[in-house]
Design a protein around this ligand. Structure first.
Ligand code: NDP
Length: 237
């Protein structure tokens, strides 16, 4: 496939899970891909070798490092912000610092990365952020901070779509339901509860999310912006 031939893409948080599937898919579709990681250097190096992409360590909780990474990447046709963290548990027991770090990664990072990318992005560029169906629906206890962070992305996308619309730069949120990764293993302790909410009672595969990202990055999606794209096996139905 070569639908993204000649396109320059940066994936923030690409070393594992959904991000790694996105790196593989964008590279397979012909894009020149760079991605970041925080702690998984060995996985990042292996993925870079496998896909012909380039990996760079950047902590997505560090606002200035994120801005510098995006700026120094030069003009991007595609920015994917995937890096995200989950902090789950009784809100009364979670340390305030853990909530603030989650907000740094899940909210501040995508906002500042998107704005920085748009400064150099050519007309028709694509900004895609991985949100969550929990931005729409939080059907169990213990997910308030995570849901807060993912619903914040919705307002961000609507607003930035307006700011960047004159350049036909699109801003979209992909909202997965449960996906089989280290963050949410298909055989994890929450699986039965999660599947009980779903029309299709299984975890998604990272490749299924990457397929939606590739579509939004591709030539057919230039008229889609300011929108949430839920891919959740009916979790929110
Ligand atoms: P994983 O925990 O499996 O992987 C997270 C990825 O993000 C890793 O590549 C990790 O890099 C990177 N990352 C995390 N924190 C940082 C950081 N501070 N700086 C740089 N990179 C970072 O998560 P998933 O693949 O499951 O999740 C990816 C995205 O999808 C997240 O935004 C998540 O909220 C969202 N999502 C996931 C769902 C699921 O069920 N799995 C459901 C809905 C949404 P490294 O290993 O190098 O630290």
């Amino acid at each position: 496939m070569s639908g993204l031939a000649g396109k320059r893409a940066l994936v923030l948080g690409g070393s594992r899970g959904i991000g790694a599937a996105i790196v593989r898919r964008l590279a397979a579709d012909g894009a020149t891909v760079a991605f970041t990681y925080a702690g998984s250097a060995a996985a990042a190096e292996a993925l870079a070798r496998e896909t012909g992409s380039t990996a760079a360590q950047t902590d997505s909780a560090d606002r200035d490092a994120v801005i510098a990474r995006v700026r120094d990447s030069g003009p991007l046709d595609i920015l994917v912000v995937n890096a995200g963290v989950a902090v789950l548990g009784d809100a009364r027991e979670i340390a305030p610092d853990d909530v603030d770090r989650l907000i740094d990664v899940n909210v501040r990072q995508p906002y500042h990365a998107a704005v920085e990318a748009a400064k150099q992005m050519p007309n028709g560029g694509r900004i895609i952020v991985i949100g969550s169906v929990n931005g729409d629906r939080m059907p169990f206890a213990g997910g308030a901070a995570y849901a807060l962070s993912k619903s914040a992305l919705q307002g961000m996308a609507r607003g930035l779509a307006r700011d960047f619309g004159p350049q036909e730069i699109t801003v979209n949120i992909v909202q997965p339901g449960p996906v089989d990764t280290d963050m949410n293993p298909a055989d994890g302790p929450m699986k039965d509860v999660m599947h009980s909410f779903m029309a299709i009672k299984r975890h998604g595969r990272p490749e299924e999310i990457a397929g939606m990202v590739a579509y939004l990055a591709g030539p057919e999606a230039g008229y889609i912006t300011g929108a949430m794209h839920t891919i959740d096996g009916g979790f929110g139905a």
